[in-house]
Design a protein around this ligand. Structure first.
Ligand SMILES: [Zn+2]
Length: 334
């Protein structure tokens, strides 16, 4: 079968490999769409998170955000029929076929008739956003700030807007991404290249003996760090800015991955009573809820799909997803 195979940093190749073997109770999907995830990019650039791929003889097949059609089952399986259009949880889907093992059968979920395979392939990242939004606990009267308007940040915006009347501000460097945030219902957007976001949102970053009793508090109830810190980043990290901006007793939800560790002013966390919450992946219930939000049309993922590529264009696809200014979600349509 056709596949995009990861061989090492910045080396993903289109290849013909053996199709996966099917054990009793397993389900074989013909992959129709598979997104490139931020974690796949960390693998692509620096070799991180390689365990998220399926090992093959030479290299690994990445890709865990997918949808497809059921083409074979290891014996009859209740509720699953050939031709079903579904999404699921698994790995190695940058390929023509992927196996859903017997243990994961309950995560094979139908996609709506009027939902495209590409939209359904964004279920997994939406589940990641939903988990972060659940930690952020948006209430109607609150203000939430999302820093980083990639697919995860924009998904958090969609989750908050689908379930509350909270006001949402989105910050990013890219005008294209900010325009997308506005299209998806952001109440306001901030281009951090043009504006001093910490100052404009009433935050405080300087902490000293003198400010101990007189620290100014920001106006934001919850801040989501969807940017992290890349290997070559210099300057004040998004996490430091988030801690400065958030209100006393506010929440900072960190859903990004850090390629280096920012210097944190821990006194700021203590003095402001900040809840600092790490957000990693999702629960099975959140994955199912994400699938249902897409299937029922409560959340529209179509605007987030910025590019589609064939497996033959594997390295071009990865290079495109790296260009954060222009790409939101790059999807393979094998
Ligand atoms: Zn992912």
């Amino acid at each position: 079968m056709k596949a995009a195979v990861f061989h090492g940093p910045e080396d993903v190749r289109f290849e013909e490999i053996d199709p996966p073997a099917l054990a009793p109770g397993d389900v074989l999907l013909r992959v129709r769409a598979c997104g490139i995830c931020g974690s796949d990019l960390h693998t692509y650039r620096h070799g991180l998170f390689q365990q998220l791929g399926n090992p093959i003889e030479q290299g690994r097949v990445l890709g865990h955000e997918f949808s497809g059609e059921v083409v074979q089952t290891g014996g009859p399986i209740e509720g699953i029929e050939l031709g079903n259009r579904v999404t699921s949880i698994g790995m190695g889907a940058n390929a023509e076929y992927v196996v859903i093992p017997k243990a994961r059968i309950d995560t094979i979920l139908p996609i709506g008739d009027n939902i495209s395979f590409s939209e359904a392939a964004t279920t997994e990242p939406l589940a990641t956003s939903l988990h972060a939004a659940n930690l952020g606990q948006a209430q109607d009267e609150e203000v939430h700030l999302i820093m980083g308007a990639g697919i995860i940040g924009l998904g958090i915006l969609q989750c908050i807007k689908a379930r509350s009347k909270a006001k949402v501000i989105v910050a990013d460097l890219s005008e294209k991404r900010l325009a997308k945030a506005t299209e998806l219902g952001a109440d306001s957007v901030i281009n951090v290249r043009a504006q001093n976001i910490v100052k404009d949102l009433g935050g405080s970053s300087a902490f000293s003996e003198e400010t101990l009793l007189d620290i100014t508090t920001g106006s934001v109830d919850t801040v989501y760090d969807c940017a992290g810190m890349s290997k070559n980043f210099e300057g004040i990290s998004v996490l430091e800015q988030a801690l400065a901006i958030v209100k006393d007793q506010g929440r900072v939800v960190v859903v990004a991955v850090f390629e280096q560790s920012p210097k944190i002013d821990y006194n700021l966390i203590v003095r402001k009573g900040i809840q600092l919450l790490g957000s990693w992946a999702w629960s099975i219930e959140e994955f199912k809820e994400a699938a249902s939000l897409i299937r029922t049309g409560a959340i529209n993922r179509k605007p987030l799909i910025s590019h589609t590529f064939t497996l033959e264009q594997a390295s071009e696809a990865y290079e495109t997803q790296l260009r954060a200014e222009e790409a939101i979600k790059v999807v393979f349509t094998p």
